[in-house]
Design a protein around this ligand. Structure first.
Ligand SMILES: [Zn+2]
Length: 212
């Protein structure tokens, strides 16, 4: 049998003896009554971006889907394996969350791959980032920026694009229009812990407002 990495075993034991022990009643209550998270969080898989930690959220608070670059794909009704879309559908129509948050971050490898072109053209990542690559192709205003600045702008554009794609899901749009669902985009800066809201004011220059 495969040996389990000690770091995983020790990490679990620590959780069981400390965090779970002190939250035991909450876990029991959630197990009995079911989940009623207030927010669907769509975050990057990056190991340095911890949605629950950043928002001081506990068990039952956030319904989280994480993928490369926190991308929301366009709404596509076909027989593909649409994992992120399935999570959006479940959170919106079954759990009826109050908010959807797209959480991008500075220094995102998925976003950088669009500019650096360092993933093979037959890779899953290359295909997953296609909507952002297409967005970049039609926004050549980016060309006069240096590479790092282009990446920062594209990180904001990725969040903006995901917010736009979210509204292509009929059950999301319906609830946003009715005022029962709020959809927001954040960028987390790993360097200094800043959390900013992405607000699309123009075609390319995306305004970022700090929440601090
Ligand atoms: Zn990332």
């Amino acid at each position: 049998m495969t040996k389990i990495d000690e770091r995983l075993v020790k990490g679990y034991q620590k959780f069981r003896d400390t965090v779970f022990e002190s939250d035991r009643a909450l876990y029991e209550e959630l197990a009995t009554s079911g989940q009623k998270p207030h927010t669907l969080m769509i975050a990057c898989s990056d190991s340095r971006v911890l949605p629950q930690q950043i928002l001081s959220a506990g068990p039952g608070d956030l319904f989280v889907v994480r993928n490369v670059a926190a991308m929301v794909p366009p709404y596509e009704r076909d027989s593909g394996y649409h994992g992120t879309s399935a999570a959006i559908e479940f959170a919106t129509t079954v759990l009826e969350v109050d908010n959807i948050v797209v959480l991008g971050h500075a220094g995102c490898g998925g976003v950088a791959s669009v500019i650096d072109q360092n993933m093979p053209s037959d890779s899953f990542v290359h295909n997953w980032m296609r909507p952002l690559r297409e967005w970049l192709r039609t926004h050549d205003d980016f060309d006069d920026q240096d590479n790092e600045e282009r990446k920062r702008m594209l990180e904001r554009a990725a969040v903006h694009l995901s917010l736009q794609n979210l509204k292509s899901f009929p059950f999301v749009k319906e609830r946003v229009d009715a005022g029962t669902l709020s959809v927001v985009g954040f960028i987390f800066d790993i360097h200094n812990g800043d959390l900013s809201q992405v607000k699309a004011q123009q075609r390319v220059t995306l305004n970022v407002e700090s929440l601090a």
